[in-house]
Design a protein around this ligand. Structure first.
Ligand code: 9MR
Length: 565
């Protein structure tokens, strides 16, 4: 007996740190009390009163908060609300998110291309190798004298971008940049952060080993003649929902683009810095990365107008290409990111002064087509080692990053879910989970600059959002939480015949426009914060993607690294 499970109680389904805020949101509840109980509901360990009724600005639904931050005792509990029911069980303990942080980095391993995943590392998700990509065709859009159309290059490895089987330089850029920034922000933490991959134990942190799988592929995407970078390596059209080894369509690299070149330059410049201390384990890698970065930058300077426009390309060249575009007509932020990384790595003022690094005082949230703030994070991270040219801007830059975080937290306390994410309907875009995670990173940057715990607490609230404290009731990280997403748009999860999806992958999450974009039947929601279905055809609300997983890894691992309970 006791209360039965209620889906109206929304909380982080994994748990809470003993000394951090602990909040559940109850949808539609009347005023009253709540209890924390042992999972058998035999023992009450804490009693509290539900907060004032709030109204969700997005859906109009009413909510109340159950705040049990004052309770700090380790254990496994359920939240019980008489007349409503009980929550999923959750834990209170130190390091409560470590497994999810490890799992979300391991998620990248499952995305590895051109290699078998043996059971030793992949468990029940073991699979054959797919996409060797050792015979990749030069698409006519990418052809020149040295590499005519139809000639062949080798471009193996890399991660599958998402639920599809293609690889895109622009999206790889922000993904690798985010993972390397996580390493640069918390290097000590990654000394003991193993995820059971073939390279584990090789004296290079697993975070870097996993990132290298994609980095080595990226290096092959640069044309050695001239330094341009192909925009993507792709099939002409998306594969069916088949396993990687059954996906045998022709593979092409398509035209070089300025956004690909600049994102590549940024990532390679950062890699040169990160891998320098590992020259014994990875001889020559750091130098090769820097050479590649400089060449890509020089190419971009000569080709500033080479945007990727797939429609235009298809008018001119065959075969037509209909896979993801990652097209972006505004390159100002890519210039800023590349310049900042090259400057910090080389300390050469020429990169700093080459462009207008601070066109205004905005710090837009990072996304695949908006990367300038990644450059600002890097400048702030290395403020002590900058030249005088960069140092003079640092006070203003710090203020910018802090003001950005300050703006993010405005109104968060009054929000029906008491958090930064989702105050406005426009947060619920394609890949909204990454908005929540990237806001978390922005808040952690502000915490690092100020030591003010409120930023850390709000970053944690966004992690709570991703793991269940949200209007859908799902944990968006596959394999983690009591009600995780089960049917992501992810080809191998659909085709492998195993019930459980590949674990450690972050679903894109609610997207107000999803029904119109993916036309997957089954949407019933009437508000953006609930516009989500756990169905594999819902690629606009329930796909997974590397650029969403990377900030998830960052948020989970950074909070673990910073908690001092
Ligand atoms: O993440 C991308 C999102 O911002 C765009 O709105 C959407 C439509 O262009 O594409 C998303 O990226 C997809 C990419 O084009 C192909 N691989 C899967 C990506 C995630 O859905």
């Amino acid at each position: 007996n006791g209360q039965s499970l209620s889906e109206a109680i929304r909380l982080n389904q994994i748990g809470f740190y003993p000394n951090a805020p602990k909040v559940a949101v109850v949808v539609g509840a009347d005023a009253g009390t709540f209890q924390l109980m042992t999972p058998d509901q035999k023992k009450t360990v804490y009693t509290g009163t539900l907060g004032e009724q709030r109204q969700n600005a997005i859906s109009g639904k009413t909510t109340r908060l159950a705040d049990f931050s004052a309770f700090k005792k380790n254990g496994t509990y359920v939240l019980v609300i008489p007349g409503v029911g009980h929550s999923y069980p959750f834990e209170i303990r130190s390091n409560v998110h470590r497994e999810a942080a490890i799992g979300s980095l391991k998620g990248f391993y499952y995305q590895r291309m051109s290699t078998e995943l043996p059971a030793k590392f992949a468990g029940q998700w073991a699979r054959l190798a797919g996409h060797p990509d050792t015979r990749v065709l030069i698409h006519p859009s990418a052809a020149d004298d040295k590499r005519p159309a139809g000639s062949v290059i080798s471009s193996p490895r890399g991660w599958y971008d998402a639920g599809d089987y293609n690889k895109y330089i622009v999206n790889s850029g922000i993904t690798v940049g985010t993972l390397l920034s996580l390493y640069e922000d918390f290097p000590a933490y990654f000394k003991t952060f193993e995820i059971n991959i073939p390279e584990s134990g090789n004296n290079v942190p697993d975070l870097l080993d996993e990132t290298l799988w994609n980095l080595r592929w990226m290096l092959t995407m640069q044309d050695p003649n001239g330094g341009g970078v192909y925009h993507k390596l792709t099939n002409p059209s998306f594969d069916g929902m088949v396993m990687p080894d059954k996906a045998l369509k022709d593979r092409y690299v398509v035209q070089k683009s300025v956004t690909a070149a600049l994102d590549f330059a940024a990532v390679m410049a950062q890699s040169a810095r990160v891998f320098k201390p590992f020259n014994k384990e990875l001889p020559g890698l750091a130098d090769s990365c820097l050479t590649a970065a400089v060449k890509a930058w020089e190419w971009a300077k000569k080709n500033p107008d080479k945007l990727y426009r797939q429609d235009e390309m298809n008018k001119q060249f065959d075969p037509d290409v209909s896979t993801g575009t990652y097209g972006d007509n505004n390159t100002s932020d890519e210039w800023i990111w590349a310049a900042a990384e090259l400057y910090v790595t080389t300390k050469n003022d020429a990169y700093y002064t080459a462009i207008n690094l601070f066109p205004d005082d905005k710090t837009p949230l990072p996304s695949w087509n908006q990367v300038r703030t990644l450059g600002y994070y890097t400048l702030a991270r290395f403020e002590k080692s900058l030249t005088a040219t960069g140092k003079k801007d640092l006070p203003a830059l710090r203020q910018m990053l802090i003001r950005n975080a300050h703006n993010l937290i405005q109104g968060a306390d009054q929000h029906a879910y008491r958090m930064v994410f989702g105050k406005v309907a426009s947060d619920y875009i394609w890949g909204s989970s990454a908005v929540a995670a990237n806001q978390g990173i922005a808040l952690i940057q502000a915490y690092k600059l100020t030591n003010d715990k409120k930023y850390l607490n709000y970053a944690l609230a966004n992690l709570d959002y991703l793991l269940g404290r949200n209007a859908t009731g799902y944990s968006f990280l596959t394999g983690y939480g009591d009600k995780p997403v089960l049917n992501p748009h992810h080809r191998s999860s659909v085709a492998d015949g195993i019930d459980a999806p590949v674990p450690g992958l972050l679903s894109g999450g609610p997207n107000g426009n999803a029904p119109r974009q993916d036309k997957c039947p089954g949407y019933t929601a009437t508000s953006a914060d609930e516009m989500f279905i756990d169905a594999s055809c819902s690629y606009a609300s329930n796909e997974i993607a590397i650029n969403w997983n990377a900030p998830m890894v960052y948020l989970g691992a950074a909070l673990e690294a910073l908690q001092n309970d």
